[in-house]
Design a protein around this ligand. Structure first.
Ligand SMILES: *[C@@H]1O[C@H](CO)[C@@H](O)[C@H](O)[C@H]1NC(C)=O
Ligand SMILES: *[C@@H]1O[C@H](CO)[C@@H](O)[C@H](O)[C@H]1NC(C)=O
Ligand SMILES: *[C@@H]1O[C@H](CO)[C@@H](O)[C@H](O)[C@H]1NC(C)=O
Ligand SMILES: *[C@@H]1O[C@H](CO)[C@@H](O)[C@H](O)[C@H]1NC(C)=O
Ligand SMILES: *[C@@H]1O[C@H](CO)[C@@H](O)[C@H](O)[C@H]1NC(C)=O
Ligand SMILES: *[C@@H]1O[C@H](CO)[C@@H](O)[C@H](O)[C@H]1NC(C)=O
Ligand SMILES: *[C@@H]1O[C@H](CO)[C@@H](O)[C@H](O)[C@H]1NC(C)=O
Length: 419
């Protein structure tokens, strides 16, 4: 029976909630003259690589990621801010359609919904085709997710502004013509890491990376970058589900490596550090990428001091004015989500138990990236400095702005949109 749930998921859009309720009908949808898509992995599911048949995920039953729910709220906040603004989109209201994009490779109904018009996706080459109202997409988060879904938007040159897709391949404009990101590509983060290693004369290092498009790209770049330096890569490990941490740390000890770069997702980095604490790994230098530099859970862990020093590379945390007021008012008027009768696949959260404090205290990593990804869709042309590249966004005729990042110095002002 379970196997047939996926197609039914699409039919769910016919169901309507019937009970009257004061709050918004769903946090996932807002009507407006223009539609912005949002893809956020509020829940997480590691996809097995080989599947017998394509199946859509039901995300709400998977493990919940509080920091990602915060990003989701940030997108809602940004849209409200744009709608309230008299300068960004005057006399026009902006709506959104957000989806829980919980798996790297099994989340196509949401993308099809976004690019369809009247429930149909017609060939791009057909001049008569009805276009979807979509003017841009915020997300998705991981490089693997971008790689899976971005091509479907690139066909119609719909701007996809990712707040986390850092892999190098997305800089290829011929392949990703309307892809933009508000994070630094891996190369820039690794440049900073290499500079730090050289500065302190650490020569003998280990590189632990996610077994994903993001992590593999990081390892390849790092290998290239250290070719002409005195840095030696003594040990590498791809962090998949089968890692035996005890063996891994024994091998690292045997190689006498003291500097360990962990280029991994938050969850994988947490697993590495937790194991290091448990296994009494001491006095190492750990280098963190943006995925876990600002982790709020690890510093509170008992025994964390013994593992040594953690050096993180990250863009600075920026306070977003008005966001906490928005969260308090949202939580005072919870949406009338009807868990039985969801409107479409993966537009359900079951997050009503969360307090405003829970959301505001969660890991702030990537928050500004999400905020700027939503706002960046509407930056006005006159705010672009000369020499910066732009991509024309459909329908609104406004220019979408690409501001080159601040180069190798990640600790200066955060970039707005990075190519
Ligand atoms: C938008 O305007 C409404 C009504 O004036 C206000 O209550 C709300 O806080 C504003 N939201 C944002 C994000 O500025
Ligand atoms: C958008 O903002 C305007 C002005 O603040 C308000 O009148 C309108 O109701 C808002 N629309 C939505 C969909 O929030
Ligand atoms: C927005 O609407 C107001 C009132 O209808 C009008 O005065 C103003 O010129 C409009 N602004 C734009 C940019 O169309
Ligand atoms: C576009 O939509 C209109 C109205 O919904 C419909 O009459 C028309 O046949 C559609 N065009 C195509 C090419 O499907
Ligand atoms: C992990 O590696 C250690 C040796 O370092 C070994 O004793 C242990 O059995 C391994 N665990 C598993 C589950 O394979
Ligand atoms: C780590 O150290 C603690 C106390 O020093 C000890 O009880 C524990 O057995 C050690 N664990 C390992 C895996 O060596
Ligand atoms: C919602 O969450 C509650 C508690 O966190 C859980 O008991 C319930 O099964 C969840 N419902 C769904 C539909 O996931």
């Amino acid at each position: 029976m379970k196997r047939f749930l996926a197609p039914l998921c699409l039919l769910g859009s016919l169901l309507q909630a019937t009970e009257p309720c004061a709050g918004p009908t769903s946090e996932f949808q807002l009507k407006g003259d223009y539609l912005l898509g949002g893809l956020f992995d509020i829940h997480h599911f590691s996809t097995p690589y080989h599947q017998e048949r394509p199946e859509a995920m039901h995300c709400s039953s998977k493990p919940f990621l509080l920091p990602h729910y915060r990003w989701f709220e940030l997108m809602r906040f940004s849209v409200e801010e744009i709608n309230n603004s008299t300068s960004l989109l005057p006399n026009v209201s902006l709506g959104y359609e957000i989806f829980d994009h919980c798996s790297d490779a099994q989340n196509f109904p949401d993308v099809f919904k976004l690019i369809s018009a009247n429930g149909l996706i017609q060939p791009w080459s057909d001049p008569q085709r009805n276009q979807s109202e979509l003017i841009g997409v915020v997300g998705p988060f991981t490089s693997s997710q971008v790689q899976t879904v971005a091509p479907l938007f690139m066909e119609g040159l719909i701007p996809v502004v990712s707040y986390g897709g850092t892999a190098s391949i997305f800089s290829k404009k011929s392949q990703y013509p309307s892809f933009l990101r508000t994070v630094h590509p891996n190369k820039e983060t690794l440049n900073v890491i290499v500079d730090i290693i050289l500065h302190f004369n650490w020569r003998w290092v280990a590189f632990l990376n996610s077994d994903s498009d993001f992590g593999i790209d990081g390892l390849e770049l790092f290998r290239k970058m250290i070719l002409d330096t005195e840095i030696c890569l003594a040990y590498t490990k791809s962090l998949d589900e089968n890692v035996n941490y005890s063996r891994m740390f024994k091998q690292i000890e045997a190689q006498k490596v003291d500097t360990i770069i962990v280029f991994a997702s938050r969850m994988q980095a947490e697993a590495v550090i937790e194991s290091a604490i448990q296994l009494n790994v001491t006095n190492k230098v750990w280098m963190a990428d943006e995925g876990w530099s600002l982790n709020t859970r690890l510093p509170k862990m008992q025994g964390i001091r013994n593992i040594g020093t953690v050096i993180g590379v990250s863009q600075p945390v920026v306070t977003i004015p008005g966001f906490s007021d928005f969260i308090y008012s949202t939580k005072n008027q919870p949406p009338c989500e009807d868990l039985e009768q969801q409107t479409f696949c993966n537009q359900i959260c079951n997050c009503s138990d969360l307090s405003a404090e829970d959301i505001l205290d969660s890991d702030p990593s990537f928050s500004f990236h999400v905020y700027s990804a939503a706002l960046g869709q509407f930056v006005e042309k006159n705010r672009v400095a000369p020499g910066q590249q732009g991509v024309v966004s459909r329908e609104l005729g406004k220019e979408l702005v690409v501001v080159p990042g601040p180069g190798r110095n990640l600790h200066t002002e955060p970039a707005f949109l990075v190519q």
